[in-house]
Design a protein around this ligand. Structure first.
Ligand code: ZN
Length: 449
Protein backbone atom coordinates (compact mmCIF):
# COMPACT_ATOMS: atom_id res chain seq x y z
CA UNK A 1 0.00 0.00 0.00
CA UNK A 2 1.30 3.42 -0.96
CA UNK A 3 -0.28 6.86 -0.80
CA UNK A 4 -0.05 10.08 -2.75
CA UNK A 5 -0.98 13.43 -1.27
CA UNK A 6 -1.94 16.47 -3.33
CA UNK A 7 -2.43 20.09 -2.31
CA UNK A 8 -5.32 20.05 -4.74
CA UNK A 9 -6.84 17.34 -6.91
CA UNK A 10 -9.76 17.00 -9.29
CA UNK A 11 -12.28 14.52 -7.90
CA UNK A 12 -15.61 13.53 -9.45
CA UNK A 13 -17.43 16.24 -7.53
CA UNK A 14 -14.88 18.91 -8.39
CA UNK A 15 -11.67 20.34 -6.98
CA UNK A 16 -10.68 19.32 -3.47
CA UNK A 17 -7.83 20.43 -1.21
CA UNK A 18 -5.37 18.38 0.82
CA UNK A 19 -6.25 15.11 -0.89
CA UNK A 20 -4.78 11.79 0.17
CA UNK A 21 -5.05 8.94 -2.36
CA UNK A 22 -4.31 5.48 -1.00
CA UNK A 23 -3.30 2.85 -3.57
CA UNK A 24 -3.40 -0.89 -3.17
CA UNK A 25 -2.67 -3.50 -5.85
CA UNK A 26 -2.93 -0.99 -8.68
CA UNK A 27 -6.23 0.50 -7.59
CA UNK A 28 -7.26 3.45 -5.50
CA UNK A 29 -8.39 2.05 -2.18
CA UNK A 30 -9.42 5.32 -0.50
CA UNK A 31 -9.61 9.06 -1.20
CA UNK A 32 -9.78 11.59 1.60
CA UNK A 33 -9.95 15.36 1.26
CA UNK A 34 -8.98 18.02 3.82
CA UNK A 35 -6.47 15.75 5.51
CA UNK A 36 -2.77 16.29 6.18
CA UNK A 37 -0.17 14.06 4.57
CA UNK A 38 1.07 11.11 6.59
CA UNK A 39 4.72 10.19 6.96
CA UNK A 40 5.85 8.37 3.81
CA UNK A 41 3.20 9.89 1.54
CA UNK A 42 4.58 11.18 -1.73
CA UNK A 43 3.58 14.83 -1.94
CA UNK A 44 2.60 16.78 -5.05
CA UNK A 45 0.82 20.04 -5.71
CA UNK A 46 -1.76 19.27 -8.41
CA UNK A 47 -3.33 15.84 -9.03
CA UNK A 48 -5.50 14.96 -12.02
CA UNK A 49 -7.07 11.72 -13.25
CA UNK A 50 -5.40 10.17 -16.30
CA UNK A 51 -7.14 10.57 -19.62
CA UNK A 52 -8.01 7.92 -22.19
CA UNK A 53 -6.84 8.54 -25.74
CA UNK A 54 -9.82 7.04 -27.51
CA UNK A 55 -8.51 6.93 -31.07
CA UNK A 56 -4.99 6.06 -32.15
CA UNK A 57 -3.15 4.47 -35.07
CA UNK A 58 0.18 4.14 -33.31
CA UNK A 59 2.33 3.34 -36.36
CA UNK A 60 1.38 6.67 -37.95
CA UNK A 61 3.57 8.44 -35.37
CA UNK A 62 6.47 7.34 -37.58
CA UNK A 63 5.29 9.47 -40.50
CA UNK A 64 4.76 12.66 -38.54
CA UNK A 65 6.16 15.52 -40.57
CA UNK A 66 6.59 13.42 -43.71
CA UNK A 67 3.46 14.66 -45.44
CA UNK A 68 3.62 18.39 -44.79
CA UNK A 69 5.24 19.39 -48.08
CA UNK A 70 3.13 20.61 -50.95
CA UNK A 71 2.66 17.84 -53.49
CA UNK A 72 -0.10 18.96 -55.78
CA UNK A 73 -2.47 21.92 -55.64
CA UNK A 74 -5.41 19.88 -54.35
CA UNK A 75 -3.61 17.97 -51.58
CA UNK A 76 -6.17 16.66 -49.12
CA UNK A 77 -6.96 13.69 -46.90
CA UNK A 78 -6.94 11.35 -49.88
CA UNK A 79 -3.48 12.32 -51.10
CA UNK A 80 -2.22 12.06 -47.49
CA UNK A 81 -3.68 8.55 -47.38
CA UNK A 82 -1.56 7.55 -50.39
CA UNK A 83 1.58 8.66 -48.53
CA UNK A 84 0.43 6.75 -45.46
CA UNK A 85 -0.12 3.58 -47.52
CA UNK A 86 3.40 3.83 -48.94
CA UNK A 87 4.86 4.28 -45.45
CA UNK A 88 3.11 1.31 -43.91
CA UNK A 89 3.97 -0.94 -46.86
CA UNK A 90 7.38 -1.55 -45.35
CA UNK A 91 6.63 -1.92 -41.64
CA UNK A 92 7.54 -5.19 -39.90
CA UNK A 93 5.95 -6.26 -36.61
CA UNK A 94 9.15 -5.15 -34.83
CA UNK A 95 8.91 -1.75 -36.50
CA UNK A 96 5.29 -1.46 -35.39
CA UNK A 97 6.27 -2.31 -31.81
CA UNK A 98 9.06 0.28 -31.83
CA UNK A 99 6.97 3.09 -33.31
CA UNK A 100 3.99 2.34 -31.09
CA UNK A 101 6.25 2.28 -28.05
CA UNK A 102 7.45 5.82 -28.70
CA UNK A 103 3.90 7.01 -29.35
CA UNK A 104 2.72 5.40 -26.11
CA UNK A 105 5.63 6.84 -24.11
CA UNK A 106 4.75 10.29 -25.44
CA UNK A 107 1.14 9.73 -24.49
CA UNK A 108 2.11 8.83 -20.95
CA UNK A 109 4.37 11.88 -20.73
CA UNK A 110 1.48 14.13 -21.73
CA UNK A 111 -1.22 12.79 -19.37
CA UNK A 112 -2.84 9.93 -21.24
CA UNK A 113 -2.92 6.75 -19.17
CA UNK A 114 -4.92 4.61 -21.61
CA UNK A 115 -5.02 4.27 -25.36
CA UNK A 116 -7.61 2.74 -27.65
CA UNK A 117 -5.59 1.37 -30.54
CA UNK A 118 -7.70 1.23 -33.69
CA UNK A 119 -5.54 -1.50 -35.07
CA UNK A 120 -5.85 -2.28 -38.78
CA UNK A 121 -2.40 -3.32 -39.95
CA UNK A 122 -2.96 -7.07 -39.73
CA UNK A 123 -1.30 -8.67 -42.77
CA UNK A 124 2.25 -8.95 -44.03
CA UNK A 125 3.65 -6.75 -46.79
CA UNK A 126 2.18 -9.06 -49.43
CA UNK A 127 -1.26 -8.98 -47.85
CA UNK A 128 -1.07 -12.48 -46.34
CA UNK A 129 -2.00 -13.25 -42.77
CA UNK A 130 0.99 -13.89 -40.55
CA UNK A 131 1.25 -17.45 -39.23
CA UNK A 132 -0.06 -15.98 -35.99
CA UNK A 133 -3.05 -13.90 -37.14
CA UNK A 134 -2.54 -11.58 -34.15
CA UNK A 135 1.18 -11.05 -34.86
CA UNK A 136 0.87 -7.27 -35.19
CA UNK A 137 -1.65 -7.04 -32.36
CA UNK A 138 1.09 -8.67 -30.29
CA UNK A 139 3.42 -5.84 -31.31
CA UNK A 140 0.90 -3.31 -30.00
CA UNK A 141 0.50 -5.26 -26.78
CA UNK A 142 4.29 -5.36 -26.33
CA UNK A 143 4.51 -1.59 -26.84
CA UNK A 144 1.78 -0.99 -24.29
CA UNK A 145 3.56 -3.22 -21.78
CA UNK A 146 6.86 -1.40 -22.28
CA UNK A 147 5.25 2.00 -21.89
CA UNK A 148 2.89 1.00 -19.10
CA UNK A 149 -0.08 2.60 -20.80
CA UNK A 150 -3.47 0.94 -20.34
CA UNK A 151 -4.59 -0.71 -23.57
CA UNK A 152 -7.98 -0.94 -25.21
CA UNK A 153 -7.37 -3.06 -28.29
CA UNK A 154 -9.75 -2.60 -31.19
CA UNK A 155 -8.98 -4.97 -34.07
CA UNK A 156 -10.30 -3.40 -37.26
CA UNK A 157 -12.52 -5.11 -39.78
CA UNK A 158 -11.67 -3.85 -43.28
CA UNK A 159 -12.89 -5.60 -46.40
CA UNK A 160 -13.68 -3.06 -49.13
CA UNK A 161 -12.42 0.06 -50.84
CA UNK A 162 -15.57 2.14 -50.80
CA UNK A 163 -19.30 2.14 -50.07
CA UNK A 164 -21.38 -0.76 -51.28
CA UNK A 165 -18.70 -3.45 -51.19
CA UNK A 166 -16.34 -1.94 -53.77
CA UNK A 167 -13.20 -4.14 -54.14
CA UNK A 168 -10.24 -2.94 -52.05
CA UNK A 169 -7.26 -1.11 -53.56
CA UNK A 170 -3.78 -2.73 -53.59
CA UNK A 171 -2.62 -0.27 -50.89
CA UNK A 172 -5.21 -1.75 -48.53
CA UNK A 173 -3.96 -5.36 -48.71
CA UNK A 174 -2.40 -5.27 -45.23
CA UNK A 175 -5.77 -4.43 -43.63
CA UNK A 176 -8.09 -6.99 -45.15
CA UNK A 177 -10.21 -9.67 -43.53
CA UNK A 178 -13.42 -11.45 -44.30
CA UNK A 179 -15.93 -12.19 -41.57
CA UNK A 180 -14.48 -15.62 -40.76
CA UNK A 181 -10.84 -14.60 -40.77
CA UNK A 182 -11.75 -11.58 -38.65
CA UNK A 183 -13.40 -13.80 -36.06
CA UNK A 184 -10.17 -15.81 -35.87
CA UNK A 185 -8.16 -12.61 -35.58
CA UNK A 186 -10.38 -11.37 -32.76
CA UNK A 187 -9.93 -14.61 -30.86
CA UNK A 188 -6.16 -14.62 -31.32
CA UNK A 189 -5.90 -10.96 -30.32
CA UNK A 190 -7.95 -11.40 -27.17
CA UNK A 191 -5.63 -14.20 -26.08
CA UNK A 192 -2.66 -11.81 -26.06
CA UNK A 193 -4.17 -9.20 -23.76
CA UNK A 194 -2.95 -8.47 -20.25
CA UNK A 195 -5.49 -8.63 -17.45
CA UNK A 196 -6.15 -4.91 -17.25
CA UNK A 197 -6.67 -4.42 -20.99
CA UNK A 198 -10.11 -3.93 -22.46
CA UNK A 199 -11.23 -5.14 -25.83
CA UNK A 200 -13.65 -4.13 -28.53
CA UNK A 201 -13.90 -4.16 -32.29
CA UNK A 202 -13.69 -1.54 -34.99
CA UNK A 203 -15.49 -1.84 -38.29
CA UNK A 204 -13.20 0.62 -40.10
CA UNK A 205 -15.88 2.73 -41.78
CA UNK A 206 -18.89 2.32 -44.01
CA UNK A 207 -16.43 2.50 -46.89
CA UNK A 208 -14.74 -0.70 -45.72
CA UNK A 209 -17.64 -2.81 -44.44
CA UNK A 210 -21.02 -3.73 -45.94
CA UNK A 211 -24.26 -3.68 -43.98
CA UNK A 212 -24.28 -7.48 -43.86
CA UNK A 213 -20.70 -7.67 -42.62
CA UNK A 214 -21.38 -5.03 -39.99
CA UNK A 215 -24.29 -7.04 -38.63
CA UNK A 216 -22.12 -10.18 -38.63
CA UNK A 217 -19.17 -8.72 -36.73
CA UNK A 218 -20.89 -6.53 -34.09
CA UNK A 219 -21.55 -9.54 -31.80
CA UNK A 220 -17.79 -10.19 -31.71
CA UNK A 221 -17.44 -7.10 -29.49
CA UNK A 222 -19.24 -8.93 -26.67
CA UNK A 223 -19.76 -6.29 -23.99
CA UNK A 224 -16.82 -4.24 -25.32
CA UNK A 225 -17.01 -1.03 -27.32
CA UNK A 226 -17.52 -0.70 -31.07
CA UNK A 227 -15.61 2.08 -32.81
CA UNK A 228 -16.08 3.25 -36.39
CA UNK A 229 -14.78 6.15 -38.48
CA UNK A 230 -17.69 8.21 -39.78
CA UNK A 231 -18.20 11.42 -41.74
CA UNK A 232 -14.60 12.58 -41.54
CA UNK A 233 -14.58 13.95 -45.08
CA UNK A 234 -17.10 15.68 -47.35
CA UNK A 235 -16.25 13.26 -50.16
CA UNK A 236 -17.15 10.39 -47.84
CA UNK A 237 -20.52 11.99 -47.06
CA UNK A 238 -21.25 12.49 -50.75
CA UNK A 239 -20.30 8.88 -51.54
CA UNK A 240 -22.58 7.71 -48.74
CA UNK A 241 -25.47 9.77 -50.12
CA UNK A 242 -24.88 8.30 -53.57
CA UNK A 243 -24.84 4.80 -52.10
CA UNK A 244 -27.79 4.93 -49.70
CA UNK A 245 -29.39 8.37 -49.89
CA UNK A 246 -28.21 8.87 -46.30
CA UNK A 247 -25.19 10.51 -44.70
CA UNK A 248 -22.87 8.06 -42.89
CA UNK A 249 -23.93 8.97 -39.36
CA UNK A 250 -27.58 9.06 -40.41
CA UNK A 251 -27.19 5.59 -41.92
CA UNK A 252 -25.59 4.26 -38.74
CA UNK A 253 -28.30 5.80 -36.55
CA UNK A 254 -30.97 4.24 -38.76
CA UNK A 255 -29.43 0.80 -39.17
CA UNK A 256 -26.86 -0.03 -36.52
CA UNK A 257 -28.61 0.40 -33.18
CA UNK A 258 -26.19 3.13 -32.11
CA UNK A 259 -26.02 3.42 -28.32
CA UNK A 260 -23.52 3.72 -25.47
CA UNK A 261 -21.49 0.81 -26.84
CA UNK A 262 -20.48 2.88 -29.83
CA UNK A 263 -17.82 5.47 -30.52
CA UNK A 264 -18.24 7.34 -33.80
CA UNK A 265 -14.80 8.64 -34.63
CA UNK A 266 -14.65 12.15 -36.13
CA UNK A 267 -18.38 12.55 -36.95
CA UNK A 268 -17.19 15.84 -38.41
CA UNK A 269 -19.81 16.51 -41.03
CA UNK A 270 -23.23 16.33 -39.39
CA UNK A 271 -26.59 17.78 -40.23
CA UNK A 272 -28.36 19.34 -37.24
CA UNK A 273 -30.65 16.32 -37.11
CA UNK A 274 -27.71 13.89 -37.09
CA UNK A 275 -25.97 15.96 -34.43
CA UNK A 276 -29.00 15.92 -32.14
CA UNK A 277 -29.72 12.24 -32.67
CA UNK A 278 -26.11 11.28 -32.06
CA UNK A 279 -26.06 13.37 -28.88
CA UNK A 280 -29.18 11.57 -27.63
CA UNK A 281 -27.91 8.10 -28.56
CA UNK A 282 -25.44 7.66 -25.70
CA UNK A 283 -22.62 7.03 -28.19
CA UNK A 284 -19.35 8.88 -27.83
CA UNK A 285 -18.14 11.25 -30.54
CA UNK A 286 -14.44 10.45 -30.86
CA UNK A 287 -12.89 13.79 -31.75
CA UNK A 288 -9.31 14.15 -32.95
CA UNK A 289 -9.07 17.92 -33.44
CA UNK A 290 -5.32 18.12 -34.13
CA UNK A 291 -5.42 15.40 -36.79
CA UNK A 292 -8.67 16.77 -38.20
CA UNK A 293 -6.97 20.16 -38.57
CA UNK A 294 -3.84 18.57 -40.02
CA UNK A 295 -5.84 16.64 -42.62
CA UNK A 296 -8.16 19.51 -43.44
CA UNK A 297 -11.19 17.42 -42.46
CA UNK A 298 -13.53 20.08 -41.15
CA UNK A 299 -15.01 21.30 -37.86
CA UNK A 300 -17.17 19.19 -35.56
CA UNK A 301 -20.22 21.10 -34.24
CA UNK A 302 -19.13 20.72 -30.61
CA UNK A 303 -21.15 23.68 -29.35
CA UNK A 304 -24.47 22.28 -30.54
CA UNK A 305 -23.53 18.70 -29.67
CA UNK A 306 -22.60 19.51 -26.07
CA UNK A 307 -25.68 21.71 -25.65
CA UNK A 308 -27.74 18.66 -26.61
CA UNK A 309 -26.03 16.55 -23.96
CA UNK A 310 -23.75 14.60 -26.29
CA UNK A 311 -20.72 12.71 -24.99
CA UNK A 312 -17.31 13.26 -26.50
CA UNK A 313 -13.75 12.16 -25.98
CA UNK A 314 -10.44 12.93 -27.64
CA UNK A 315 -8.00 10.90 -29.66
CA UNK A 316 -4.62 11.53 -31.21
CA UNK A 317 -5.48 9.53 -34.37
CA UNK A 318 -2.55 10.11 -36.76
CA UNK A 319 -0.28 11.10 -33.85
CA UNK A 320 1.12 14.05 -35.77
CA UNK A 321 1.63 15.64 -32.33
CA UNK A 322 0.69 13.87 -29.11
CA UNK A 323 -0.74 16.17 -26.47
CA UNK A 324 -4.18 16.07 -24.83
CA UNK A 325 -3.98 19.76 -23.94
CA UNK A 326 -3.36 20.49 -27.62
CA UNK A 327 -6.39 18.43 -28.64
CA UNK A 328 -8.69 20.28 -26.24
CA UNK A 329 -7.26 23.64 -27.28
CA UNK A 330 -7.72 22.85 -30.98
CA UNK A 331 -11.31 21.78 -30.30
CA UNK A 332 -12.19 25.10 -28.67
CA UNK A 333 -10.28 27.17 -31.22
CA UNK A 334 -12.00 25.44 -34.14
CA UNK A 335 -15.36 26.58 -32.78
CA UNK A 336 -14.10 30.15 -32.28
CA UNK A 337 -12.74 30.32 -35.82
CA UNK A 338 -16.00 29.07 -37.27
CA UNK A 339 -18.20 31.44 -35.25
CA UNK A 340 -15.73 34.34 -34.86
CA UNK A 341 -16.49 34.36 -31.13
CA UNK A 342 -14.66 33.52 -27.92
CA UNK A 343 -15.19 31.14 -25.01
CA UNK A 344 -17.47 28.72 -26.85
CA UNK A 345 -17.43 25.45 -24.91
CA UNK A 346 -17.77 26.42 -21.26
CA UNK A 347 -21.03 25.65 -19.50
CA UNK A 348 -23.08 27.27 -16.74
CA UNK A 349 -22.00 24.54 -14.36
CA UNK A 350 -18.33 24.63 -15.43
CA UNK A 351 -17.47 28.00 -16.99
CA UNK A 352 -13.76 27.16 -17.33
CA UNK A 353 -13.43 25.83 -20.86
CA UNK A 354 -10.31 23.88 -20.04
CA UNK A 355 -11.94 22.16 -17.09
CA UNK A 356 -15.21 21.52 -18.94
CA UNK A 357 -13.46 19.91 -21.89
CA UNK A 358 -11.10 17.89 -19.70
CA UNK A 359 -14.05 16.49 -17.76
CA UNK A 360 -15.97 15.73 -20.95
CA UNK A 361 -12.93 13.95 -22.40
CA UNK A 362 -12.48 12.02 -19.16
CA UNK A 363 -16.07 10.73 -19.15
CA UNK A 364 -16.24 10.10 -22.90
CA UNK A 365 -12.87 8.38 -22.92
CA UNK A 366 -13.94 6.07 -20.10
CA UNK A 367 -17.14 5.12 -21.89
CA UNK A 368 -15.41 4.54 -25.21
CA UNK A 369 -12.73 2.32 -23.67
CA UNK A 370 -14.84 0.54 -21.04
CA UNK A 371 -12.23 1.45 -18.46
CA UNK A 372 -12.58 2.95 -15.02
CA UNK A 373 -11.52 6.52 -14.54
CA UNK A 374 -11.32 9.30 -12.02
CA UNK A 375 -9.66 9.75 -8.66
CA UNK A 376 -12.09 7.65 -6.63
CA UNK A 377 -12.00 4.54 -4.49
CA UNK A 378 -12.19 1.38 -6.57
CA UNK A 379 -10.90 2.94 -9.77
CA UNK A 380 -7.53 2.11 -11.33
CA UNK A 381 -4.72 4.22 -9.87
CA UNK A 382 -4.20 6.10 -13.14
CA UNK A 383 -3.37 9.73 -12.47
CA UNK A 384 -0.85 12.47 -13.07
CA UNK A 385 0.51 15.61 -11.51
CA UNK A 386 1.23 19.01 -13.03
CA UNK A 387 4.37 20.99 -12.32
CA UNK A 388 3.06 23.73 -10.07
CA UNK A 389 6.43 25.51 -10.28
CA UNK A 390 5.91 26.30 -13.94
CA UNK A 391 5.50 30.11 -14.26
CA UNK A 392 2.16 29.53 -15.93
CA UNK A 393 0.68 28.46 -12.62
CA UNK A 394 1.92 31.42 -10.57
CA UNK A 395 -0.87 32.76 -8.38
CA UNK A 396 -3.38 30.40 -9.91
CA UNK A 397 -6.47 29.10 -8.24
CA UNK A 398 -8.45 26.02 -9.17
CA UNK A 399 -10.94 27.99 -11.28
CA UNK A 400 -8.39 28.84 -13.96
CA UNK A 401 -5.90 26.02 -13.54
CA UNK A 402 -6.99 23.97 -16.53
CA UNK A 403 -7.18 27.06 -18.74
CA UNK A 404 -3.64 28.09 -17.85
CA UNK A 405 -2.44 24.60 -18.71
CA UNK A 406 -4.45 24.05 -21.87
CA UNK A 407 -4.34 27.53 -23.37
CA UNK A 408 -1.23 29.06 -21.86
CA UNK A 409 1.51 26.60 -20.97
CA UNK A 410 4.38 26.81 -23.41
CA UNK A 411 6.41 23.96 -21.97
CA UNK A 412 5.12 20.50 -21.11
CA UNK A 413 3.88 20.78 -17.54
CA UNK A 414 2.96 17.18 -16.81
CA UNK A 415 5.30 16.14 -14.01
CA UNK A 416 4.59 12.59 -12.77
CA UNK A 417 2.28 9.94 -14.20
CA UNK A 418 1.07 6.81 -12.44
CA UNK A 419 -0.58 3.89 -14.18
CA UNK A 420 -1.96 1.02 -12.17
CA UNK A 421 -0.34 2.62 -9.14
CA UNK A 422 3.15 2.53 -10.61
CA UNK A 423 5.01 5.74 -11.40
CA UNK A 424 6.06 5.63 -15.07
CA UNK A 425 6.86 9.29 -15.62
CA UNK A 426 8.85 11.51 -13.30
CA UNK A 427 9.90 15.09 -13.98
CA UNK A 428 8.13 14.82 -17.32
CA UNK A 429 10.31 11.91 -18.52
CA UNK A 430 9.15 8.36 -18.99
CA UNK A 431 11.32 5.75 -17.29
CA UNK A 432 11.77 3.89 -20.60
CA UNK A 433 12.17 7.00 -22.78
CA UNK A 434 15.87 6.56 -23.60
CA UNK A 435 15.60 2.93 -24.71
CA UNK A 436 12.37 3.47 -26.59
CA UNK A 437 13.65 6.59 -28.35
CA UNK A 438 16.88 4.90 -29.46
CA UNK A 439 15.00 1.95 -30.92
CA UNK A 440 12.56 4.27 -32.66
CA UNK A 441 15.37 6.31 -34.19
CA UNK A 442 17.05 3.18 -35.53
CA UNK A 443 13.79 1.99 -37.08
CA UNK A 444 13.07 5.35 -38.70
CA UNK A 445 16.59 5.63 -40.10
CA UNK A 446 16.13 2.23 -41.70
CA UNK A 447 12.67 2.97 -43.06
CA UNK A 448 13.65 6.32 -44.49
CA UNK A 449 17.07 5.32 -45.82
ZN1 ZN B 1 -8.49 7.10 -37.50
Amino acid sequence: MTALWFERALLAEGWARDVRVAIDAGRISAVEADVPPQPGDERHAIGLPGLANLHCHGFQRGMAGLSETRGRPDDDFWSWREIMYRFLDRLTPDDIAAINALAFVEMMESGFTRVAEFHYLHNDADGRRYADPAETAGAVVAASAESGIGLTLLPVFYAHGDFGGTPPAPGQRRFLSDVDSFAALVEASRAKLPADATFGIAPHSLRAVTAEELAAIVPLAGDGPIHIHAAEQRREVEASLAWSGQCPVEWLLNHADIDARWCLVHATHLTESECDRLAASGAVAGLCPVTEANLGDGIFPADRYLAKGGMLGIGTDSNILIDPAGELRALEYSQRLRERRRAMLGSDAIPSIGERLFREALAGGARATRAGTGIAAGEPADLFSLDAEDPMFAGTDSATLFDRWIFGARTPVVDCVWRGGRKWVEGGRHVARDDVAERYKAVLRGLLA
